[in-house]
Design a protein around this ligand. Sequence first.
Ligand code: MTE
Ligand code: MO
Length: 314
Amino acid sequence: MKIANIASSEITDRETFRRRREILRASVAAGLTGFVGGALPGGALAAFEAGLGEDEELTSKETATTYNNFYELGTDKGDPSRYANRLRTEPWSVTVDGECAKGGTFSLEDILAPHAIEERIYRLRCVEAWSMVIPWQGLPLADLLKRFEPTGNAKYVAFETVVQDDLPGVRKRVLEWPYREGLRMDEAMNPLSLIATGMYDEAVLPNQNGAPLRLVVPWKYGFKSIKSIVRISFVEEQPPTSWNLSAPHEYGFFSNVNPEVSHPRWSQAKERRLAGDKSGIAALFSPKIDTRPFNGYADEVAELYAGMDLARDF
Ligand SMILES: Nc1nc2c(c(=O)[nH]1)N[C@H]1C(S)=C(S)[C@@H](COP(=O)(O)O)O[C@H]1N2
Ligand SMILES: [Mo]
């Protein structure tokens, strides 16, 4: 693609990106990153920047907030931002139930109160073979889940998105609502798993990105990163998940990013990176880059799947 002038906003993005990385490095060095136990495990810096290449550009906020998948708001990429204000996020509460000692229904304020918010820059790889690099603000999922004291029977954790009957996509019943997702407990407890509460310079997530609370699991296809969460359930059996229910041969429960396992209708070997200042549409013409196992986070998560056949348990 030919761009006559480098847009000043792109330079700003790069500059912001560089500064953010410096802040991250400094806060990791100072032990301010909220790692459980305080001590910095070896490779903590790697876990935070998690293999982000020096030349990997942030996706522009414009693209990340206008090129979305949030089917409750509609199936076109522009629908979630177009209809964002139809999602009602106040008041918000989250019900926590199942195999835990301290479940209940909590206001958003109570959910967030004890947690320090940190920034994580993660790649997001959609199963549709495009990807972004997004600076999230949020808290480690593990820190939140531990507060509810899951029992020894909690082998999985399941999540549900709010259902508001008047949202344009909910009316059309393109999926069976509520949107559901789930993780195995050890995946949920991995330090990379994040509950996002904001992104870029916004302390509160834009509605189209899953306000007020959404999951971010960067080594899995984007559909695992469920938006606008209202229920968290600790369960013993692998929970039903929306895309697996709708097309089990196309979307597995694990859905780890894997360039070697094709979707039945397209290859997953490459992806289009929606980076820099390009709009979502222009980015569709960006060159493709290689997709990496576990979306580039293999060092942090591959051991979770030791002994599994990832072509069968996809
Ligand atoms: N509730 C809900 N969560 C969802 C979706 C959805 O349709 N509904 N889409 C998923 C998909 S396919 C992707 S790629 C990401 C997109 O997140 P983003 O729009 O913030 O980039 O959200 C995921 N979470
Ligand atoms: Mo996706």
